[in-house]
Write a protein that binds this ligand. Sequence first.
Ligand SMILES: Cc1cc2nc3c(=O)[nH]c(=O)nc-3n(C[C@H](O)[C@H](O)[C@H](O)COP(=O)(O)OP(=O)(O)OC[C@H]3O[C@@H](n4cnc5c(N)ncnc54)[C@H](O)[C@@H]3O)c2cc1C
Length: 820
Amino acid sequence: MSTTPRVVIIGAGIVGANLADELTERGWDRITVVDQGPLPLTGGSSSHAPGLVFQTNASKTMTEFATYTVNKLKSIDVDGAWCFNQVGGLEIATTAERLTDLHRRQGWATSWGVQAEVVSAEECVRLHPLVDREQVLGGLHIPTDGLAKATRTVVALTRRAQARGAVFQGNTRVTGIEQTGGRVTGVRTDDAVIPADIVVSCAGFWGVELGAMVGMDVPLLPLAHQFVWTGQVPDLVGRNTELQEAGLPILRHQDQDLYYRERVDCLGIGSYAHRPMPVDLRTLPEGEVTEAAMPSVLQFTEEDFAPAWEQSKLLLPSLRQSKIDSGFNGIFSFTPDGGPLVGESAEVKGFWIAEAVWVTHSAGVARAVAQLLVDGRSEIELHGCDVHRFEDVQLAPDYVSETSQQNFVEIYDILHPLQPKESPRNLRVSPFHARQAQLGAVFLEGAGWERPHWYEANAPLVDQLPAEWTPPGRDSWSAKFHSPIAAAEAWKTRTAVAMYDMTPLKRLEVSGPGALDLLQRLTTGQMDKTVGAVTYALILDQVGGIRSDVTVARLGEQLFQVGANSALDYDYLRRHAPADGSVQIRDITGGTCCVGLWGPLAREVIGAVSSDDFSNDGLKYFRAKKVRIGGVSVTAMRLSYVGELGWELYTSADNGQRLWDVLWAAGEQHGIVAAGRAAFNSLRLEKGYRSWGTDMTTEYNPYEAGLGFAVSPRKESFLGRDALSGIGEDSVARRLTCLTIDDGRSVVLGSEPVFVNGQPAGYVTSAAFGHTIGKPIAYAWLPARLSVGDGVEIQYFENRVAATVTAEPLVDPKMTRLRG
Ligand SMILES: Cc1cc2nc3c(=O)[nH]c(=O)nc-3n(C[C@H](O)[C@H](O)[C@H](O)COP(=O)(O)OP(=O)(O)OC[C@H]3O[C@@H](n4cnc5c(N)ncnc54)[C@H](O)[C@@H]3O)c2cc1C
């Protein structure tokens, strides 16, 4: 008798079918897949998906999901008929800006291991003879892209899962989730309860409804997107058999928000060029599901497609001899940041979701979910997919609706990595916001917070910069969302004193009789220290991958303040807290605030407004204590992410503005400045301080990431410890490596491929101009065999930039400034 859990998968679309396949492949054989629609054509998005699979994505995870999907679908068929037709992908440029950006996309593909080439206009026409030579400037060719036949794939995977014992049940609508004591026990349908230990909702754009059954916010928006099939295109006649269907590459015309695929002698055209069309699920078509009538297919609104048709005839002149044969407004899911939604409900154990997933990523996401269920961890890191990545304010329906529609509008836009949302803004502001605005802060947005990037009030300092601090000019791309004022703010931080708003960094309060045990169990650091100790440590998963890095201050015997990275840490700690109530975990970020007061003159400033002892003896490096500053009660921590003397000063939100004002007034005679994220990022890279999510993730262990020092050698037990045994800094095969750029001026931005001896060997994580060292810095994942002094090349658009492996940290390796 099988002992694997009973799993009910809701939804037999491409995601549900893939998940059933992945779980049964891992030996789980008590799988029931239910769908409200008939099988295999359920009427969901997968039932009409044209199935273009373009793998290249800014995200490594999404690209790897796509590559897995390609390889898996290539290996299956239905009675000899293909599930994946590897015709290749061609993204064309009709503007100079797009052509330039295709080089950046080619860089991403290279970074993530997908072969891709920027080709000439002539080559575009050779690859896709329907394209008008006069319209294109060049293209990006990815030979391994292609067409997924979603409906056939569902059939193939269903058969395979059924052969391994899975049960598929159509015409079965889930109306409720059964639970007892905070755990799922089954799903309710119109006429039965199907018992389950685990329920996975793969309900696509119906996900919000399913989530609501367990009180879970599912931040997705169903939107309609237009797709048409043309009639016969004379130039395609005779090119394809019915079975083969297509031979020309799938085509993207991003300058006009359009894409194309062949179907025998016709073309399919998809358009994102129309207004966003949010869909209210209560208005979906009802009745029998057939190929012609599905709930996910709305009436074609011809007028919305008219400009797309004109543009298509310009790009593909053969279409002038054809016409639109049929069209529809098909529904699928969009999310606030464009990522999928994967994870388990925080409230109801055993209720999982895998939604807002494209056909492109379907097999990859399904494998990740299967690995999470069976092994407890996905080999591909998931922080950009985890449904718990959002802040509370980002779960509000209005926020989800506005940002998801914005993502629809921008789907093919050329977006700068720092480009902030235009709306909604000012959702979360720190208590210093009014002062920052007075100083001309240029705000970018992150997790709903307004975050000063630099301050225009510091512009006059740029003219005062000593020659060695004066930054070189930048190319137009890296100059976007940047100002040379950042150099002045970095200069003042290293030579005088600066105030940084650290409020948006996630802060958790962990308290209670079980607090110490919990933190001991989950982190790599020794937490059982005296009150006042601050410890930098890592949270690992069971194979030693880095889930997060935290700075833990012991503020009382049973009271800890955890400086964390994101909402994911809050979710993770709460999940691991004992059920007996001995630990309380609160997100105190919004109710508190933090000023980083840093620089060689920081002690002069604080000495003028506090009678507490801030000397080296009074508050040692990595210690915390309660103080008063200008009458405000403050928790001061002797830490600095920028590598200078100073403190993180925490107080409650109501006292924040006073704290800022008092420090500011005292600092004026010392030339204090407010400094923003641009300077901060540069200074932290000069010190080699890693940023979780960018520099390291669960895919890397502490030794690879250069964080072995954060693993306490004497601590006997913590999650992930056993997996690290036998691993050390010297035994790793890849390493997060510090590079400086040889020409002293070419700033890269992150995700660029790095070449060793002319071959792709890794990719850039974080990068910035190092103002103190007068050179750009890039951290990159590279083979560990590289040594200090070795030369590499970074691909930046179409250029290769020479860089050198450099010993780190680049500034103050003896820590004299920090400990000063
Ligand atoms: C016009 C159009 C073109 C697209 N083109 C592409 C493309 O070229 N490439 C690409 O990668 N993606 C494309 N997509 C997106 C892609 O189709 C979807 O993202 C994908 O099919 C979603 O798969 P899924 O399995 O999550 O959802 P679905 O296929 O919608 O499956 C969800 C299932 O859940 C079932 N369900 C819902 N509620 C319940 C309930 N209460 N009880 C039981 N069952 C329930 C539904 O009946 C449905 O069958 C396109 C989408 C559209 C609309």
